[in-house]
Design a binder for this molecule. Structure first.
Ligand code: PMT
Length: 406
């Protein structure tokens, strides 16, 4: 079994003399067990033939955004979802500039914009082009957004000059791919995650609850585990099986959930609050079943603690991600919640509209952070969880190592 068995690498090839090395990279990735889908820019086709790459990858090479057969089912989105990693090798100065400016004027740049998978670039260009302030600024911008820059190396260049700008050798790119994918980008990261509803007892048989099924949170637990994280799941009452390799702690009420979170929060790097926690609980819980001998029954409710805000206010908080369930002005209210709770990110969803949100298998999210936003349209919660995990991973590392050259 290869170390990359079953992993999907979308290999983007842009126009540059180093494109010939992509053939060897495809061979090495395949030998390590990865499935490789090549997407070439038009310029790349001037340096290496699609036929070579097709033969080595065992898959039809994709080149054209306007391919009728492939785009009939929005093929670029399928490619973006298929990838566990988008590796662009070689990445030309032009491609980096287009990516830095969010352009989507060919298939490869469109896939890069749409994907939730990590993106790694192996720059290859003349030293003057690499050192040009425009390229330096584009590289910095891309890194800030979590794009990984693998290389370039230094040495003799095809143009006869010597300096930085050589594409890393295929073996080095394979090693970096293995380090990223074989273990997952969140290897060694401890995630504390809340999911499901809370139940606030009125008497021994009744409670105040909500419609959360736990599906979104449990899908996230699976996505974080698949990304290599160590996941502890604080779960309200749900009818779902515990995801593999997840440490699950069951709770009933908001106060129990808070207690469990406080017990484990110092052992986590990332806190994700997906639970629908009751904001209020009955001030008094009747000791025995309340009888129906009264025409009117009044309950006095008292505020529950805000678990998420409490975690974010700790002296050395983990990276904090909240959810916002809103029935109107979703983005505005979520932004306000993010600010008030002092958290790093928030994933907002519309609830109570019959589509997405509570209970069903599908949802749509708008993810917000300081200076950034990403919309994840209606999709299976399982898929959304993967996309959200990729965004969280990117932001987590961007905050941790703001100037990291991965
Ligand atoms: O479980 P499913 O059926 O799959 O549905 C998924 C979901 C709709 C429950 C989920 O996507 C979601 O939106 N979860 C958060 C629901 C919620 O309580 O949102 P809120 O806007 O009321 O709370 C904002 C944030 O503060 C949430 O991260 C919540 O976990 C947290 N919170 C709220 C109150 C409280 N006392 N303590 C908290 O930590």
């Amino acid at each position: 079994m290869g170390e990359l068995n079953g992993r999907h690498v979308l290999l983007g090839i842009t126009g540059g003399i180093a494109a010939y090395k992509a053939a060897e990279l495809v061979r090495l990735l395949r030998r390590a067990g990865a499935e490789v889908q090549v997407v070439m820019t038009r310029a790349a086709g001037e340096f290496i033939t699609p036929l070579t790459l097709q033969a080595l990858s065992g898959r039809a090479v994709r080149q054209d955004f306007f391919d009728r057969a492939d785009e009939a089912a929005t093929g670029h989105i399928e490619l973006a979802r298929w990838a566990d990693l988008v590796l662009v090798a070689p990445a030309s100065a032009d491609f980096m500039a287009r990516l830095a400016h969010g352009m989507a004027n060919d298939l490869l740049s469109t896939v890069c914009l749409a994907t939730g998978a990590p993106i790694a670039l192996a720059p290859a260009m003349n030293r003057g082009m690499w050192l040009n302030p425009a390229t330096v600024a584009n590289a910095g911008l891309l890194q800030q957004r979590g794009v990984l820059l693998w290389g370039p190396g230094e040495g003799e260049q095809a143009c006869g000059e010597t300096g930085p700008g050589r594409m890393l050798e295929p073996e080095a790119l394979l090693e970096r791919t293995k380090a990223l994918l074989a273990n997952g980008p969140l290897t060694g990261v401890r995630v504390l995650l809340t999911a499901g509803p809370t139940r606030e007892p009125i008497d021994p048989v009744r409670f105040i609850g909500n419609r959360s099924s736990g599906k979104m949170g449990y899908a996230l637990a699976r996505a974080f585990t698949a990304a290599g994280a160590q996941v502890r799941l604080i779960s309200g009452p749900v009818a779902l099986a515990t995801p593999a390799d997840v440490d699950r702690v069951d709770v009933g009420t908001a106060l129990e959930m808070e207690q469990a979170v406080l017990e484990h929060v110092d052992d986590c790097d990332l806190f994700v609050a997906c639970a629908a926690v009751a904001d209020y609980r009955p001030a008094q819980v009747a000791g025995s079943k309340i009888k129906k001998n009264r025409d009117r029954l009044e309950l006095t409710l008292t505020r529950n603690p805000d678990i998420l805000a409490g975690v974010a206010a700790r002296p050395r908080p983990p990276f904090t991600v909240g959810f916002a369930a809103e029935t109107e002005s979703v983005v505005e209210q979520a932004q306000e919640k993010r600010r008030l709770k002092g958290i790093d990110m928030i994933a907002a969803n519309l609830v109570g509209a019959g589509q997405g949100g509570f209970e069903g298998d599908e949802n749509a999210l708008t993810v917000l952070w300081e200076g950034g936003r990403e919309d994840l349209p209606l999709d299976k919660k399982e898929q959304l969880a993967k996309s959200l995990t990729a965004i969280i991973t990117e932001r987590y590392y961007a905050k941790k190592n703001p100037t990291q050259d991965a």
